[in-house]
Every structure is written in C-alpha cells, then in structure tokens.
Design a protein around this ligand. Structure first.
Ligand code: ADP
Length: 274
C-alpha cells in the first residue's frame, strides 16, 4: 500500500499542472438563507493564495453551500465573497444585492475548477471530448492544443488508454479521474472539491484521494475541499476549518484539529466520524 501510484507521480504531475500566481478566497460577513433556513450567518474566512483548506463538520452545516456560492451557482443574501480582488457581488446604497458584471464573473469562473461528488461528466461525449470541450469553447484553445493538454492530463491520471471511452464504460473511480482531469484542463487557479469520493466504491477511494493529494501538493492551486474522510482532510490540507450551523467552530492545522481539538463540538464530531 505504500508503493507510489505511478499515475500520480510528481514528475508527471509537474508537467501537466497549472503553475503561477493564484488568487485567494475571502468571505466577508456572508449571509445565505433558503427561505427561513439561515445556512450561513455573517461568515468570515479567508483562504490564502496557494493554501489548501478543508471544511469539515456535520451534514447540513453549510459546507457545500460555500462551494456553490463560489461557483456562482447560488447567490449570497448578504456580505461579499472575493476571489482574488474581485468581489462576486456588492450591496447598492439601498442594501440591494448587485452581482458583479457578467464579464467579471466569466473571468472569475474561468479561474475556478470544481470536482463534484457525482462526477458530472458529459454522458454523450467520450473522454477526449469531455476534456477538450471547455478549453476550446471557453478558453479559445485550438483543437490541437486542447488535445495535447488532454493527453497530458489523462496520462497523469492514469487513463491514457481510455481516451475514446464513454463515461458509461468507466468505473466510478475512472470517471472521477476524468472529472479531475477535465477540471484541470481549464487550468484553474482555484480547485473546489465537494465530497469527491463519497459516490465511489470503497476500494476505489484511496486511489482517487492519493491522486488529488499529489496534485494538490505539486501545484500552486488554492484548494478548498469538503470531505467526510478525515484522513483525506489530514492528507490534503494545510488548514482545517471545523464548521457547524453555518459558523466556524474551530480552525487550525490538521495535526491540531485531529490531534488536540479544543472545542467540544469538534471533539463530538470527530468521535462520531472517526
Ligand atoms: P453540508 O454540505 O454541510 O452538508 P449544505 O450546504 O449542503 O450542507 O446544506 C446546508 C443547508 O442548506 C441544509 O439545511 C440544506 O437543506 C439547505 N440547502 C442547501 N441547498 C438548498 C437549496 N437549493 N434549497 C433549499 N435548501 C437548501
């Protein structure tokens, strides 16, 4: 089990991964509710450029909502989210929420990649097309450039031989590797991971986690990860935020949160999941 996974070797990762300046993320007094259900209450937190942060905490505490807000799949009800220096919205004088203009949002979205629990590959496209669609349409790469990038990434995730396969012909673990490669094909600066191994058969979990750990460590990506797998959180992050009822209960390096948590809610949560 200690043998290095060949598909995720740092040398290969180094070639295919995005490098260079990455923006951080900042939540300032962010409020989000769904009807009467207040999910985030004036939430403040920052992820520094290149930092790798994992959100842990009970189900329903608002972790996925944070990622969805960043992807602009949801809108805040108050406060401001910044990606780098760009606010995703602001309040006008009347206290009404105004989203950033679409051009800014488009530029910002290009910087953020997300990998979902359910892979979300395009089912009607083969692996190659899944990987080149975004780079060609959104980034304006030539098809040749996009194909070359796709090949490099498939090599890195250990699926070079599946380039013509359709998602339905792949195992869950393979689909998730393709989804990871697809996210990276857009050369994001920020990578969001939402419970990326929850839908996988148990024997496939470690391979995908090891791949992501190597990618995270070998790149300059800013990472925000939501997971119920505490050893993965420990492995992948520099900092862990323990979250409950829309607020941060406790935060610190993984050794501290998992080794010597100070808050009772953290202790109870860890006892329940470990
Ligand atoms: P977590 O990821 O920590 O499990 P979520 O962010 O998924 O938590 O959910 C937080 C709360 O927001 C839950 O009470 C959930 O029911 C609610 N919620 C999330 N998305 C929606 C939505 N689209 N409509 C209504 N309620 C939602």
């Amino acid at each position: 089990p200690d043998a290095p996974t060949p598909e995720a070797s740092p040398e290969k990762a180094d070639v295919a991964l995005p490098h260079g300046a990455t923006p951080g993320i900042r939540f300032e007094k962010v409020v989000k509710h769904f009807g009467d259900n207040v999910v985030l209450r004036e939430l403040d937190f920052t992820v520094e450029p290149g930092e790798r942060v994992t959100l842990i905490g009970p189900s329903g505490s608002g972790k996925t909502t944070i990622l969805r807000l960043l992807m602009t799949l949801e809108k805040v009800n108050g406060g401001t989210i910044f990606v780098g220096d760009t606010p995703l919205s602001h309040m006008d004088r009347g206290g009404k929420l105004v989203p950033a203009n679409e051009k800014h949002l488009h530029e910002m979205r290009k910087q953020i990649g997300m990998v979902f629990q359910q892979f979300n590959l395009f089912p009607n496209m083969n692996v190659l097309r899944n990987l080149i669609e975004g780079p060609v349409r959104v980034l304006g790469l030539s098809k040749d450039e996009a194909v070359e990038r796709a090949r490099g990434l498939l090599d890195m995730v250990g699926l070079a031989d599946k380039i013509d396969a359709h998602p339905s012909q792949l195992s869950g673990g393979q689909q998730q590797r393709v989804a990871i490669a697809r996210a990276l094909a857009m050369q994001p600066k920020v990578l969001l991971l939402d419970e990326v191994t929850s839908a996988l058969d148990p024997e496939l979990v470690v391979g995908v986690q090891d791949l992501l750990r190597d990618i995270a460590r070998e790149s300059d990506l800013t990472l925000l990860c939501v997971t119920h797998e505490m050893h993965f959180a420990r492995d992948i992050s520099n900092r862990v935020l323990m979250f409950d009822k829309g607020q941060i209960v406790e935060e610190g390096p993984p050794e501290q949160i998992f080794g010597e948590p100070t808050e009772q809610r953290t202790k109870d949560f860890l006892q329940a999941v470990l």
